[in-house]
Ligand binder design. Structure first.
Ligand code: NZQ
Ligand code: ZN
Length: 388
């Protein structure tokens, strides 16, 4: 049965080639001072920075720059950003980049006036914001996280060896996001495919939970089929607009809260991946890829019917004359070969994990309740070892 829910997604999306033309209309809705947030410089090389600054100037904005947001943004950087936003009394935070830049901007938006240590408040005590929240807008340059249309903000604390996501409510969602698929053409292949797997994982985290018959799971199967199809094209020809635009749209729907409505969800792969990220600072999508097969093979017997359905409806496995177990395993084998064909990282060693780190990573892995098997700490250790 589909459970009860309230669904509201307040983010306005501008999608397609030339979508940046809509930025001026959005900027005009906000006050004079805009904090321009970006990463390590890719937007300066590919010309997106110049385009955005030209629009900001055209709107007569005062620009406060906050560049250098690193992949997996840190709690230290968050404190710096919150201070910059507060001291300059900014009216809007404009995030130009990937998930890291968008997440960071949302975290800054709730931290500038929180009057507390944001890491402790939002990531350790998991409190909700009660202070003034600065509006955020995004110009997306990397596809995968869904951060452009959700309230997620993942922050890493290297001293505490923790990488934690806070999923904020709709008041923290970006007010608008500009999604031009052509802006993602300059992504290095490694980042592009990591993003593809991040999308896959987001859908699977919500799909592999519960046994109810619900529309959300059928939507997920459609999104997965589209992703698999388009990713095969994009990996051969990264400038295939049709494939890249379909993937960009799939990424947004994979994690804008739609496919989680009315059902339980898992998220254990993300908890494993984030713990790996806290120890290695590895690329998010690759941390998920490296642990996924070991995790799914382990929990398969506990969610057999769903894994068999996944094999048939997503991977086109022919179930005739086969047991559910055979069908389910063929589905996972098909998934594994798709992952290898893309060129994803399939083990933790390649991400810099050493056997000495395993116990610490297990300690940093949150145990979720919604998957087909609630893991014990020992099972977490075994899955991590099997992922080496
Ligand atoms: O920093 P720059 O120089 O911009 O380079 C970035 C970065 O090195 C580069 N890049 C981005 N767009 C580019 C580009 N290079 C060339 N051309 C472009 N158009 O790509 C690298 C990775 O960028 P990043 O933003 O870190 O990647 P991603 O979008 O995957 O974001 C990862 C972060 O999002 C969090 C992850 O944990 C991680 O911290 N997540 C956020 C979620 C959410 N908000 O709901 C959910 C996800 O599960 C995820 O946890
Ligand atoms: Zn993710």
């Amino acid at each position: 049965m589909l459970g009860n829910f309230t669904f509201c997604n307040p983010t306005r999306l501008y999608f397609g080639e030339g979508a940046i033309d809509n930025l001026k209309g959005e900027l005009d809705k906000y006050g004079k001072t805009v904090m321009l947030v970006y990463g390590g410089g890719s937007i300066k090389k590919n010309g997106i920075y110049d385009k955005v600054v030209a629009v900001l100037k055209d709107c007569g904005k005062t620009i406060v720059e906050d560049g250098g947001v690193m992949p997996n943004p840190t709690s230290q950087k968050l404190e710096e950003g919150a201070r910059i936003a507060r001291e300059n009394n900014v009216d809007l935070i404009l995030a130009v980049g990937g998930g890291s830049v968008c997440d960071y901007s949302k975290a800054v938006s709730v931290s500038a006036y929180c009057g507390d240590d944001p890491w402790e408040k939002y990531y350790i005590r998991f409190e909700e914001p009660t202070c003034k929240i600065i509006p955020v807008g995004c110009v997306l340059t990397m596809v995968g996280t869904g951060s452009e249309m959700n309230g997620g903000a993942v922050i890493t604390n290297h001293e505490q060896k923790l990488k934690i996501g806070h999923v904020f409510g709709s008041e923290v969602f970006p007010k608008f996001s500009v999604l031009d698929p052509a802006y993602t053409y300059t992504l290095p292949k490694y980042q592009m495919i990591a993003g593809f797997y991040d999308i896959m994982s987001h859908i699977l985290e919500q799909y592999f939970s519960g046994e109810d018959d619900n529309t959300s799971d059928y939507i997920s199967e459609g999104l997965l089929r589209s992703l698999i199809h388009s990713s095969r094209i994009a990996v051969k020809n990264p400038r295939d607009y049709e494939a890249r635009s379909n993937i960009m749209w799939t990424a947004t729907w994979a994690l804008n809260t739609l496919v989680a409505q009315g059902k339980t969800t898992d998220w254990e792969v993300h908890m494993l991946g984030q713990a790996v990220g806290a120890y290695t600072d590895a690329t998010h999508g690759m941390t998920l890829a490296a642990v996924s097969m070991a995790y799914y093979r382990y929990i398969l017997p506990y969610g057999l019917k769903k894994f068999a359905r996944y094999a048939v409806n997503v991977w086109g496995v022919n179930a005739e004359g086969k047991t559910d177990e055979q069908v389910a395993n063929e589905g996972l084998a098909a998934m594994e070969s798709w992952m290898k064909d893309l060129g994803l990282v399939m083990n933790l060693k390649e991400l810099g994990v050493t056997s000495e780190m395993i116990e610490g990573i297990a300690d940093a892995t949150l145990i979720m309740q919604g998957g087909y098997k609630v893991l014990t700490r020992e099972e977490v250790v075994n899955i991590l070892k099997a992922s080496m």
